[in-house]
Design a binder for this molecule. Structure first.
Ligand SMILES: Nc1nc2c(c(=O)[nH]1)N[C@H]1C(S)=C(S)[C@@H](COP(=O)(O)OP(=O)(O)OC[C@H]3O[C@@H](n4cnc5c(=O)[nH]c(N)nc54)[C@H](O)[C@@H]3O)O[C@H]1N2
Ligand SMILES: Nc1nc2c(c(=O)[nH]1)N[C@H]1C(S)=C(S)[C@@H](COP(=O)(O)OP(=O)(O)OC[C@H]3O[C@@H](n4cnc5c(=O)[nH]c(N)nc54)[C@H](O)[C@@H]3O)O[C@H]1N2
Ligand code: SF4
Ligand SMILES: [Mo]
Length: 720
């Protein structure tokens, strides 16, 4: 190990004592995006216990309810254990058991047939949110020669923030909880990390940071637990975050509370930004956002006064068609404070692992140009993106219509498309048109029921992987270790590698462990060494930009984005009313008078997952809709009544939870619902699923192709 690196790493202690005859492996929980260190106890090749690792740098021995249910996941009798090939008509739910050889042969023959008739772009590759194999999917797509890979996140989750931060700051920034001081103020913007622990930002760290009693500002249509602790709570109308952020910028600039020296030295385009936000006063924002102007001012002042501050933002700001400008506006709030890359502020990570070999170079140029969305949405699919992805509404359209060409095959590694993409019925209609649908999953989901081939995937304690957290910060490097195997389940990376070998693709000889070792090269360790040693934490260095500037075209934080301008987009943040809202569609609002938001995370489920696990299902037996008591009364709805929630797309039912914590004009539905306990093939997939209500139709975000998942219109009535 290089000397410098050796010093930077903090070793962890040996595993805690185990029963005689038991091996204890150090691994990393991935029941969510992951990052909590866990100990896997193994007896006779079987996992017998999973517990938090006291040496875990992010969790210090703790696990959340989902982490505690890991063993139940491994042992669930509902797990898929061997490959299945469709035996009846598509979607009929009839299957025959197949060997892996048979499944691979079937897939390779179908794939070659599609290549011959429709070209390499005739197959799209899909996945879900950041699981262990998230990078392997776009890599596999490049190897397959298809420009089209994607997932229901990308345009709708995290990548608007990642790409905007790259364009604006040159790198993604994270809140700093390990410096010589804690943040003086935490701004939680559409984000509840205590429930969600997203992207390797573990909620336990945020919980610990609260002990230092920072000032708290919360921007949320619901009075979540954090809002109860807050000094200022801005209860906004869903989908109007852009207007609110512009008004805060207006306030900071008009009151001249910004750090003038830092702004002059390290930012680009201040005068243009000041000119842009001048009309967007808090008084202008009040009727749009429903937040009183004086509260907007109070939030802007507190943010500037209580520095250093950390911005904690979530996916709520990525669920409208003005995502990029919304994220841009919010991202500039820390820049004006000057507290960038300082202890207790917003910091750049130490990037402890080597760049992942995505292999963009093996995708021929003429294929890259065919990426669906590439011409229109350059921040999602083109030069503005870190991990270019296809525009998924366009991919589904190409399945249905053959425009601009046919997508005939869809190979999916870990996603339940009927649950998590907008407009579930449209997604089903699209999938039914395919010649080949393959899904690798842990369970037989309603989407699997539509497939030709279903492959049994390994769960997190059954696989090896390098985990670098948080995403695009990579300050902590951890290993996941294979501690057992259920049935014939295989790890996704192994399935992709074997398919590549049988299809004779470029780089098919690369083995997963060689790639793990390559990623770990900067640490001087091999995967085996990391696994034996346990988690390592890189020593944090601050104000890294002072040496080389920011990695943007001007070397400064681009308040005015020259990169966005070059791509033909607005270089300054702007406001756009969501396309389906009380202001933009007053005609529709007469029939659908409430503003709908969906999918605020709950502690027991991960999107459409874990409804099979009794320990977690006990925490939320049925889908729940949150309604203000006054609103409920108007419709004769009592606590626990079944409620029909309707949008212009369709209707679902969920159980009423009456709560004064939600804005009276806002309705919140849980997302991801289906009922594994119900008969297939549908398993109630369209009964209570929030995405029956959402739409993947245009307009989209002009740079990112994002559609509207929150802030839509709806109505409610008591179910008969
Ligand atoms: N337990 C659990 N953890 C998860 C997940 C899960 O499904 N379950 N999913 C993972 C994934 S992929 C992600 S992206 C993260 C997401 O996690 P977070 O980014 O924390 O997002 P949410 O929990 O969806 O929403 C946070 C808050 O946004 C509020 N909100 C709703 N609409 C709006 C709006 O228009 N504007 C504003 N400002 N706020 C709004 C909600 O009321 C909610 O309290 O969680 C990850 N972690
Ligand atoms: N209405 C609405 N829709 C939303 C959201 C919302 O807030 N509201 N949130 C959006 C966001 S932010 C995101 S990121 C997406 C998330 O969407 P997804 O990540 O696609 O979530 P799921 O549909 O639950 O897909 C996960 C599937 O993968 C399986 N699985 C779990 N682990 C593995 C594994 O290791 N290998 C394989 N092969 N399979 C595995 C699970 O059993 C499950 O069936 O949803 C989006 N959809
Ligand atoms: S926060 Fe995520 S990684 Fe940590 S225990 Fe819970 S599910 Fe596992
Ligand atoms: Mo997400």
């Amino acid at each position: 190990m290089p000397g410098r690196m050796k010093q930077a790493l903090t070793a962890s202690k040996a595993p805690s004592e185990a029963r005689a005859g038991t091996r204890v492996l150090k691994s990393t929980c991935r029941m969510c995006h992951g990052g909590c260190s866990a100990l896997l106890h193994v007896e006779n090749g079987r996992i017998t216990r999973i517990e938090g690792d006291p040496d875990g740098p992010l969790n210090h021995g703790r696990l959340c309810p989902m982490g505690h249910a890991s063993l139940e996941l491994v042992r669930s009798p509902a797990r898929l254990t061997h490959p299945l090939i469709r035996a009846g008509a598509r979607g009929e739910g009839k299957w025959r058991r197949a060997s892996w050889d048979e499944a691979y042969d079937y897939l390779c023959e179908k794939i070659r047939g599609i290549w011959e008739r429709y070209g390499r772009e005739g197959i799209a590759i899909g996945t879900g949110t950041g699981r262990h194999h998230k990078h392997w999917v776009p890599r596999f797509a490049n190897m397959m020669g298809t420009p089209n890979s994607g997932n229901p996140g990308m345009a709708q989750c995290f990548f608007p923030r990642v790409n905007v931060m790259n364009l604006t700051y040159g790198q993604f920034a994270w809140s700093d909880y390990r410096g010589s001081r804690m943040p003086g103020v935490l701004l939680f913007w559409g984000h509840n990390p205590l429930n969600s622990s997203p992207d390797g930002e573990i909620g336990f760290q945020v919980r610990d940071a609260l002990k230092a009693k920072p000032k708290i500002i919360v921007v949320d249509p619901r009075r979540i637990w954090l809002a109860r602790q807050a000094d200022v709570f801005l209860q906004l109308r869903p989908g109007t975050d852009d207007a609110l952020a512009l008004a805060m910028l207006n306030c900071i600039i008009a009151e001249e509370t910004y750090d003038k020296d830092f702004v002059a030295k390290w930012t680009y385009g201040f005068e243009q930004l000041a000119g842009r936000v001048r009309p967007f006063t808090p008084e202008w924002a009040e009727p749009i956002t429903w937040v009183p102007a004086k509260k907007i001012r109070a939030a802007a002042r507190l943010w500037m006064q209580a520095q250093p501050g950390a911005l904690e933002w979530g996916c709520a700001i990525e669920h409208t068609p003005n995502t990029i400008q919304t994220v841009r506006a919010i991202s500039l709030l820390p820049a004006l404070t000057g507290n960038i890359d300082v202890p207790g502020g917003w910091c750049f990570g130490m990037r402890g692992v080597a760049p992942f070999p995505f292999l963009p170079e093996v995708l021929p140029e003429e294929q890259r140009k065919k990426r669906l969305g590439a011409a229109a949405y350059k921040v999602l699919s083109g030069e503005g993106s870190r991990v270019p992805s296809a525009h998924m509404p366009s991919v589904f359209k190409s399945m249905r219509t053959g425009e601009p060409y046919w997508t005939k095959g869809f190979l999916v590694f870990g996603n339940n498309p009927l649950a998590t993409y907008a407009d579930s019925r449209l997604v089903r209609d699209s999938l039914l048109k395919l010649d080949l649908l393959m899904i690798a999953d842990l369970f037989m989901t309603p989407a699997c029921e539509l497939a030709d081939v279903v492959l049994p995937a390994a769960a997190w304690p059954e696989l090896d992987q390098v985990v670098a957290m948080p995403y695009f910060g990579e300050d902590v490097v951890l290993a996941q270790q294979k501690a057992g195997q259920v049935g014939e389940c295989k790890q996704d990376e192994v399935i992709m590698t074997e398919l590549a070998r049988r299809l004779g693709l470029a780089h098919c000889e690369d083995q997963p462990h060689a790639i793990f070792d390559g990623l770990l090269r900067p640490t001087g360790m091999t995967f085996k060494e990391l696994a034996a040693r346990g988690p390592v934490k890189l020593e944090m260095k601050y104000r890294k930009y002072e040496a080389k500037g920011f990695a943007t075209p001007t070397g400064k934080i681009e308040l005015y984005s020259t990169a966005l301008e070059k791509m033909g987009y607005d270089p300054l943040p702007s406001y756009q009313e969501p396309p389906e809202s009380p202001l933009s569609r007053p005609d529709l609002a007469r029939q659908f008078p409430y503003v709908l938001t969906t999918g605020a995370r709950i502690a027991v489920f991960y999107h459409s997952e874990y409804r099979q696990l009794p320990k977690l299902r006990r925490g939320a037996r049925e889908p729940r809709v949150e309604i203000h008591p006054e609103t409920a009364k108007r419709h004769g709805i009592a606590e626990r009544d079944w409620v029909v929630i309707s949008s212009p797309r369709g209707s679902i039912r969920q159980r009423a939870v009456l709560s004064a914590d939600i804005h009276p004009r806002v309705i919140h539905c849980e997302h991801g619902w289906w009922f594994p306990e119900r008969e297939g093939p549908e398993h109630g997939a369209f009964e209570s699923n929030a995405n029956v209500l959402t739409s993947q139709a245009p307009p989209y975000d002009p740079a990112m192709g994002t559609c509207q998942l929150r802030g839509l219109l709806c109505r409610i009535e008591r179910a008969p």
